[in-house]
Structures are given as C-alpha cells and as structure tokens.
Design a protein around this ligand. Structure first.
Ligand code: SAH
Length: 393
C-alpha cells in the first residue's frame, strides 16, 4: 500500500475519516501528491498506508479535502451510487409527487455528496455547487440527473459566499433545457409560485415543509403573526387552516409581493391580513396587536462559530419580546437554522427569554428539518434547523 500515491493523513488524524466524516482539515494532512491539482481526486491513506477512501482537495481551504467515497471502491462509481440513493430516498418519501412536487433531492453531506445541493421544483431542478472539487464533477452529476430524472430544465444557482474561499465566483444560469418563468409547485393541496432565478436560496425554504403543515393544523380560530415570512408559506397554510387573521412580516418587499400572489393563487383574501415590510426586531418592539400563534423563523444569525454569542443575543431578544407580548395560552413556534447553535444551546436561549419575560413556557414539540434534508449521523454538521413549539402560560 505504501507505494499508492495519495492524501496521507498524520498519525492519529484518521479517526474522523474512519468514522465516515466527510471533512479532512488541512492540519490532519501529512502529505499530498505534488501533481494533484486543486479540485482533483486522490486516494486517502492512513499513516500506515491503509486506503480509507477517496477525496477531492483544495489547498486554499481550511477543509482541505472532502470524502467522496469510503473504503476501496472507485470514487466516480460511488458518486453515481450516492446520487441514485438520494433519488431513491425521495421516491420513498414523496412517491410520484402528488403531495408535493417541491423537495430537496441532494442534500450535500446529508446524502454523502459534499459540495452539492439539488432541489426539485416541478420539472425544474436547481443546482448549487459550493466547492471546486464538485465544480469539476458537475458534468458527471448533470449526466446522472438528466438520465435518472429527465428534468425539463436545470438551473444553476451557485451564489453562496463560501465559494470565495474555494476560488470560485458566483455562477448562475441554465445548464439544461429552456429558460422558465415562474414555476408553480404544490404542497398539501396548496400552490406556490417559485421564481428560481430571482429568489432567496433555490426558491423556497423546503426544510420547513413539515412545520408549515403543523401550522396549518394549529391555526384554526387563531390570529397569527408570521415573522420572517419570506413568500408567505406559513401564512398561506395558517389561513387555509382557519386562522382569523395572518400578519406576515419580512424585510424584503419582493418576498412580500410574492406572498400576496401566493394568497391570490390559493383563493385567500389579501384584505384583512397584513403584509408588513419591516425589520422584525423593530416591529416586535413597536405597538403590536395581540396574536395567539407567533412564528419566528429568522435567517441564520450565526454564520460562523465566532458569531454564536451575538446570534444568541438576537435569538433571545426576539423570543423574549414575543413571549412578553403573547397573551396567556398563545403558541410560539420558534426556530434557529444556525448549525453552530445546537438544540441544547437554543433551548437555553428560550429558557433565558422566558425567564426575562417572567412567563411560564412549556415545550409542546421539538422539531428538525424536513426529511428530504437528511441528517447524516456520521456528519453532525448536516443538522442545522431546530425548533420548539412553545405554550406560553
Ligand atoms: N419562514 C420562511 C423562510 C424564512 S427565511 C418560509 O418558511 O418560507 C428568512 C426571511 O427573513 C427572509 O425572507 C429574509 O428576507 C427575512 N429577513 C432577514 N432578516 C430580517 C429582519 N431583520 N427583519 C425582517 N425580515 C428579515
């Protein structure tokens, strides 16, 4: 084995890879083949020369290598197999798509495919590539997606800031098929308009699908405040579920316009419901109506480890004010999608918010991201969304 050229790990630094974690940090690497270009694939070897799998590399990144396969097999065949398994899981989850035709097909390390996200919106696939290694594998990936899913259109929306460390600029455009306007998708008998080109993320926050359904079931007779409403997913579900009023707050005027169109699309009245362009922090501090179901679904306040303290202050503030202003018996559905704020820490934030508001708070439910965003037990970074359904005494 010694004569195999590869990414050789330092003694004792092979544990993560043996435990099927996908990342190889630069500090774990003893040597690299000098002729291996950034973005290229090579065998990963222990100090003793044992073949642990294959990874692609980028010397410019602190995560120097990302495992494409574990064990002795061919990495290209493994990638193809990982894509097929990802597709098979979604077929299990969604059948032929009668409940919804909008879901994540490939969830990066959650599906064993570092650097790649693929979402389906009806016959349109939206693809996001975050690494140089995956950029070099894109044609292979596209071939498999077209062969297996026969999409009408594939749109690339690789606009994540993390691409900069990889030496990649933003890349957006149609990779396959014709340019499409708005795509209409179904979810639980409701319809949503998706603008894959001009939207946030790939179009919708698909990871909250189960929570939208939950809200639909909780909303009857309640007046609902949907904070960080984006294009009104929670709002539409709440109103169809029998809410007496739904106010949607977001800082993006464009998102709120689409929210109104989504109301219209589902035959729900725009009049009598609020679409409020505001900073949620300011809005909550102002004089607000009494709501008996409040949703807090902010963007990730902690984008890196160093942000955690500041992020927790932000989470605590909005939760404290929401709890203070909620009437007894109100429900608060509160989320954090920062990976760096784990469930235990988020629970402490809720504790602190409740203590400062001097209100009794009970947890009725604990939630994670929808199952088309699977959490890889070997790669805990794939768990990011956590939420609590709280009862405010
Ligand atoms: N709940 C939504 C997704 C929310 S994404 C859904 O299920 O579809 C986060 C949203 O928060 C984005 O629409 C963004 O425009 C908005 N946003 C970010 N910071 C904000 C702030 N300080 N005040 C109000 N809205 C904000």
């Amino acid at each position: 084995m010694r004569n195999v050229k590869g990414i050789v790990l330092k003694p004792g630094k092979d544990k993560a890879v043996r435990n099927r974690h996908h990342w190889i940090f630069s500090g774990a690497v003893a040597s690299l083949p000098s002729d291996l270009a950034d973005g290229g694939i090579a065998p990963v070897l222990s100090d003793a020369g044992e073949l642990l799998g294959h990874a692609y590399i980028n010397r410019n990144c602190s995560i120097l290598g990302r495992m494409l396969s574990f064990g002795p097999g061919d990495p290209f065949a493994a990638l193809d197999m990982s894509i097929m398994k990802a597709i098979a899981l979604r077929r299990d989850l969604f059948g032929d798509g009668e409940k919804t035709n909008a879901y994540r097909i490939i969830n990066a390390e959650g599906d064993g495919i570092p650097g790649l996200v693929v979402d389906r919106y009806d016959s349109v696939l939206v693809l996001q590539v975050t690494t140089l290694g995956m950029e070099k594998l894109k044609d292979l990936v596209l071939g498999t997606l077209v062969r297996e899913l026969a999409p009408e259109t594939i749109y690339e929306k690789s606009d994540m800031p993390s691409r900069r460390e990889e030496g990649l600029g933003n890349r957006e455009g149609f990779l396959h098929g014709e340019e499409r306007g708005l795509v209409l998708v179904r979810e639980e008998g409701l319809e949503f308009l998706v603008d894959v080109v001009r939207s946030q993320k790939t179009g919708l926050y698909l990871d909250q699908r189960e929570m939208r359904k939950l809200v639909g079931g909780l909303a009857r007779g309640r007046s609902v405040l949907n904070c960080f409403a984006y294009t009104g997913g929670f709002s539409v579900h709440a109103l169809r579920g029998g809410a007496v009023r739904v106010d949607s707050v977001d800082s993006s005027a464009g998102a709120l316009e689409t929210a109104k169109r989504n109301f219209f699309q589902n035959g729900l009245p725009v009049e009598g419901n609020g679409f409020i362009e505001a900073d949620v922090f300011d809005f909550l501090r102002g004089p607000i109506a009494s709501y008996d179901l409040i949703i807090l679904d902010p963007p990730a306040f902690a984008k890196k480890k160093g942000d955690v303290r500041q992020a927790c202050r932000g989470y605590k503030d909005i939760n404290r004010i929401a709890i203070q202003k909620a009437p007894p018996g109100a429900l608060l559905l509160t989320f954090s999608c920062s990976h760096f704020v784990d469930e235990g820490l988020f629970r402490q934030v809720v504790f602190q918010a409740a203590a400062e508001a001097s209100r009794g708070v009970r947890i009725l439910g604990r939630h994670i991201q929808a199952p088309d965003h699977p959490v890889n037990v070997f790669h805990p970074e794939t768990e990011y969304l956590k939420g609590f359904l709280l009862y405010i005494d």
